[in-house]
Design a protein around this ligand. Structure first.
Ligand code: 2M8
Length: 447
């Protein structure tokens, strides 16, 4: 039924594949290897080229630091000039643990790799073929999780913090406005490249970029030293999506440990999972809003807004059945779907809030990758009807708009919506492949 979509999605991944052994998100706008994109690309690739899927992850770990940290961009080909800020602006080599053979950033992204290894194992038919790959990458994921729990959780709460909005994956969410109000960034002249590729109305503002760059300037001043950042940086935030993904990766690593004979790692992984789950429930769940909120650790206050990151906790089995039921209601309410003519998908920000913007990046548009995680979470809580609606509308969006980076949550006058940002986008393609190949049995009853 979706043959054409499937072959287009595979073609996009092939076209964005680089000789060095990884997939770029899209040419021009994002010409390097991005960490969490790369994980989802490996999942998409696993459906038709498992060798490439394994290579994607092996190449990603070439950027891992000696202390376990996994950076958000690996600049394999740093002659590319179509992206700002490039390797030299980040200058992560200032940190003694950074790799000497390849340039990277000094910030990370949601730690998807643990659960992606598990996805690969589930997808591939010849499981034995995957074992050496899993064995060599298991300790690298352990090192990443150990780094996060050791260096990003100063009070030992089980919740790790992010040190930059780019670490959240949801770059210009209105969440960060609340943090920008707590300190001043200088004014800079910035050689933005993104707005040469994409309409500026679909991207963060100049003022927001000044904050993004200012934080990098501070990190460089502190040579990316974790203790200095924890002690002095104005931006330390506990992000519900980042912590959910870490928690779910711990769970998946437990399953992998059993398969590859690494059982001695299980108590640690279980302890990490339990601590994160417990802390998310006791500290981040907002009873009034019906979702998990961000917490500003520097200023010791919750940031009480609903974003798609608030709802991903379902994915890792974090909420109780009762809380999950509440979240399902919120997901179906105008908060995430608008009042009329909407897709049955989760917008990235509360559509009822004055800061909502249907076209501007992470301030409202629909992102398939986040919807995919929420869909998996809904299945975990037996909310199959809503999961099926998300699958169907995700595929419908792509049929109407092709493989855009993000999408308008509302249908236009003729019943169609708009795709924004980069084109022939890799993780959009990877999600489409997975939705078609693995979830065909999910059909909604409401049609
Ligand atoms: C976007 O982020 C980058 C910075 O990392 C950017 O705008 O320059 C985000 O959507 C992020 O989640 C994503 O990983 C990246 C590449 O697709 O683009």
């Amino acid at each position: 039924m979706f043959d054409r979509l499937l072959s287009q999605a595979e073609r996009n991944l092939r076209q964005n594949w680089q000789e060095v052994g990884c997939t770029i998100p899209t040419s021009g706008l994002y010409p390097f290897q991005w960490m969490w994109d790369s994980g989802f690309c490996a999942m998409g690739l696993a459906h038709f080229d498992i060798e490439k899927a394994m290579q994607e992850i092996d190449t990603l770990f070439k950027g891992q630091w000696a202390n376990g940290f996994l950076p958000h961009i690996i600049f394999h080909d740093d002659t590319q000039t179509s992206y700002y800020p490039g390797a030299d602006v980040h200058n992560a080599m200032l940190h003694p643990a950074s790799p000497k053979h390849v340039k990277t950033t000094g910030m990370t992204q949601p730690p998807v790799v643990g659960f992606i290894l598990w996805q690969l194992y589930e997808i591939v038919e010849d499981k034995a073929q995957l074992l050496p790959f899993l064995k060599r990458n298991f300790p690298k994921v352990m090192a990443l999780h150990r780094y996060l729990y050791t260096h990003r959780d100063p009070k030992g709460e089980g919740l790790v913090y992010i040190q930059h909005n780019w670490e959240s994956g949801a770059d210009n969410s209105p969440i960060w406005d609340a943090v920008w109000h707590t300190f001043e960034a200088p004014n800079y002249t910035l050689p933005r490249r993104d707005i040469q590729h994409v309409n500026a109305a679909q991207r963060p503002t100049h003022r927001e970029y000044e904050y993004y760059i200012y934080l990098i300037e501070l990190f460089k001043e502190w040579r990316y030293d974790d203790a200095e950042i924890a002690a002095k940086s104005p931006f330390l935030v506990q992000d519900p999506m980042f912590n959910t993904i870490l928690a779910y990766s711990n769970l998946c690593m437990i399953e992998l440990a059993k398969i590859i004979g690494e059982e001695e790692a299980i108590p640690q992984l279980q302890a990490w999972y339990d601590a994160t789950k417990q802390a998310m429930n006791s500290k981040l769940f907002d009873e009034e809003l019906g979702g998990y909120v961000h917490y500003d650790l520097r200023n010791e206050c919750p940031i009480r807004m609903l974003t798609s990151s608030s709802m991903v906790a379902l994915f890792a089995g974090i909420p109780s059945a009762e809380r999950a039921q509440r979240m399902v209601e919120v997901l179906q309410s105008p908060v995430f779907r608008g009042k009329h003519n909407e897709y049955r998908l989760v917008a990235s920000f509360n559509t009822q809030d004055s800061r909502f913007d249907a076209a501007r990046y992470w301030r409202g548009p629909v992102w398939l990758v986040v919807n995919w995680m929420i869909m998996q979470g809904l299945l975990r809580y037996n909310a199959d009807e809503l999961a099926a609606q998300i699958r169907e509308d995700s595929l419908q969006l792509i049929t109407e708009n092709s493989f855009a980076e993000y999408f308008d949550p509302f249908k236009g006058e003729r019943g169609h919506t708009k795709g924004y940002g980069g084109k022939n986008f890799s993780w959009t393609s990877a999600i489409v492949i997975d939705l078609i190949k693995r979830h065909a049995q999910l059909v909604s009853k409401s049609d």
